[in-house]
Design a protein. Structure first.
Length: 155
């Protein structure tokens, strides 16, 4: 049920916002980014260290900066820190003056949450994990799918 809802929303959003996506390409908002920017890849030690970017395929790192911001914001939401998510997004928008990002934020959050849920499903199929790990993976995947669906309501 969530899958169909998310797919319909995604297709409609892309269709309705095609001029915005083109504008972002022309204005240089597509960049070589981290590609996998979530909380587990950030360390606060002698400053901020962001590590483990996608290196196996350059194409996976090139994305709209809004997608990169949305990934970390979604991850913070998932950990129950919507306050930090909002603060991060607000600070980024203020610093970058990227006002269009807000139009795209829930779209990209939905996408990133869906992908995280899908990755969890791949882990679920791993024959070498214990039943306890499998149950935890399933619970986490479901929570990401539910989070993805919740962003649709926010648009």
């Amino acid at each position: 049920e969530n899958y169909q809802h998310i797919m319909a929303y995604t297709r409609q959003f892309i269709e309705d916002n095609a001029p915005l996506f083109r504008r972002r390409i022309v204005s240089g908002r597509i960049k070589d980014c981290h590609g996998d920017l979530h909380a587990a890849h950030i360390c606060f030690y002698n400053g901020i260290c962001i590590y483990d970017c996608i290196e196996f395929n350059d194409r996976f790192r090139y994305c709209d900066v809004a997608a990169e911001v949305a990934f970390l914001a979604m991850d913070l939401d998932h950990y129950g820190r919507a306050d930090l998510s909002r603060h991060f997004v607000d600070a980024y928008v203020a610093s970058s003056q990227d006002k269009e990002l807000m139009t795209l934020l829930n779209f990209y959050k939905c996408y990133r949450a869906y992908v995280r849920g899908k990755v969890g499903c791949f882990k679920f199929d791993d024959p070498y994990i214990s039943p306890e790990e499998r149950a935890e993976v399933l619970t986490t995947a479901r929570s990401y799918f539910e989070l993805a669906a919740s962003y649709i309501e926010g648009n």
